[in-house]
Ligand binder design. Structure first.
Ligand code: NAD
Length: 357
């Protein structure tokens, strides 16, 4: 039987609740699909600070690098907001991504037919949306030097090297090949030199992917088009800051933050996590929606472990649970037949996995 080593970081707030339900679902699917997952838990975030005095212990970095993939909950909370910046959970998270060199952030936004009314956009605009934002995660203006603020003048630097653009572009083209072979690269090449290099480099890579239909769009237009007609997109490739903004816009197309997974992949390992935070306002009440974390677990099976059938089975089971009217509290006003707790949603999806196999 195939075995995989999975590092688990539950984190703070609702993190432990949602990760426990994703593990329930992973246990069900690994049983049905005949492979074994060895889990090892590591500390990060506020809880790691409380226990070790460091929001990102070295043991966590080493453990995650040596695992096949990492399933991550969420970190942070008001309790740690007054700490010096470098000891705060969020600083630990940024360092974590940089240390693991996870340069490609994949954020799918897929509409569940059962939840078309949960979005603030009209149903006819969002029906059938199934897109993937590929965002460069560890370069660009968030990391560029020099940077400064002397109280009178402040600046940051948007830098991309050709190599950085090549490696993220390849991820996006490879994904496009597995999807509908349409790729839209988003930049601001009409005013930024760095975007011109981005565009030229993407064009060069495109030569190796003749089956992929490549288009380019300026970021201001892309923001507008995502809301006007999101169905026109399949894979969107973009840099760090543009991707940050566009992926949040894309997430609102779907409706609830509790539904959106993500993968951050790199050369050493990959991290799979919901896009939401630790939701301290609802922690410990059993009302958090675990679906984004279950979807992240499905991405982990598909992209890191090559267990696509198991990933499909998780996604199908979530869809079935929604079709049959099971909703956590955040979605209770959208065609709910049964409002269930976080743990009940885990059991329901796990049961569908056993039934649908
Ligand atoms: P948040 O995403 O935690 O919560 C925003 C709102 O969405 C809240 O009302 C929350 O109750 C709701 N929500 C989030 N996830 C939900 C779920 N699964 N089910 C139902 N409702 C859900 O964002 P925030 O309130 O701005 O931040 C809270 C803490 O999380 C902060 O400390 C922040 O720094 C941290 N944070 C961590 C990450 C991460 O770990 N990757 C990401 C974003 C924010």
């Amino acid at each position: 039987m195939k075995e995989y080593n999975i590092s688990i970081i539950k984190g703070d707030g609702i993190g432990p609740e949602i990760v426990d339900e994703a593990i329930k679902v992973l246990d069900a699917v690994s049983y049905e699909c005949n492979f074994h997952l060895n889990y090892k838990e590591y500390l990060m975030g506020g809880i790691a600070y409380d226990v070790t005095g460091n929001p990102l212990p070295q043991e966590t970095i080493t453990g995650v690098i040596n695992s096949d993939a990492c399933l991550f909950g969420a970190i942070g909370g008001a309790k740690w907001d007054k700490l010096p910046r470098d000891l705060r959970p969020e600083s630990g998270l940024l360092r974590f991504r940089k240390e693991l060199a996870v340069f490609a952030n994949l954020r799918p936004a897929v509409i569940y037919d059962e939840l078309v009314n949960a979005s603030t956009l009209k149903a006819e605009v969002i029906e059938g949306v199934d897109l993937m934002v590929v965002r460069e995660l560890i370069g660009g203006i968030y990391f560029g030097e020099p940077r400064a603020n002397d109280g009178q003048t402040a600046y940051n630097t948007m830098v991309y090297t050709k190599d950085e653009i090549v490696r993220i572009a390849k991820v996006a083209f490879d994904l496009a090949m597995k999807r509908s072979r349409k790729l839209c690269s988003v930049d601001k090449a009409n005013v930024l030199e760095v975007s011109q290099l981005w565009r030229d480099t993407v064009e060069e890579i495109a030569v190796d992917y003749p089956e992929v239909e490549l288009s380019h769009m300026y970021v201001d237009n892309a923001a507008m088009q995502l809301v006007r007609n999101p169905r026109q997109f399949d894979v969107i490739l973009t840099g760090n800051i543009f991707g940050d903004i566009l992926s949040d816009t894309a997430s609102m197309v779907v409706g609830s933050i509790g539904l959106l997974p993500s993968a951050s992949t790199g050369e050493k390992t990959a991290i799979y996590e919901p896009i939401h935070g630790s939701a301290p306002d609802i922690a410990g009440q059993g009302i958090a929606n675990p679906i984004a974390t279950m979807e992240s677990a499905a991405m982990m099976l598909r992209y890191s472990l090559g267990e696509s059938k198991a990933a499909d089975l998780i996604e199908l089971s979530i869809k079935k649970a929604l079709q049959d009217g099971y909703r956590t509290k955040d979605l209770a006003s959208y065609d709910a037949k049964h409002v269930v707790t976080t743990a009940e949603m885990g059991e329901i999806v796990a049961n569908y996995i056993h039934k649908l196999k």
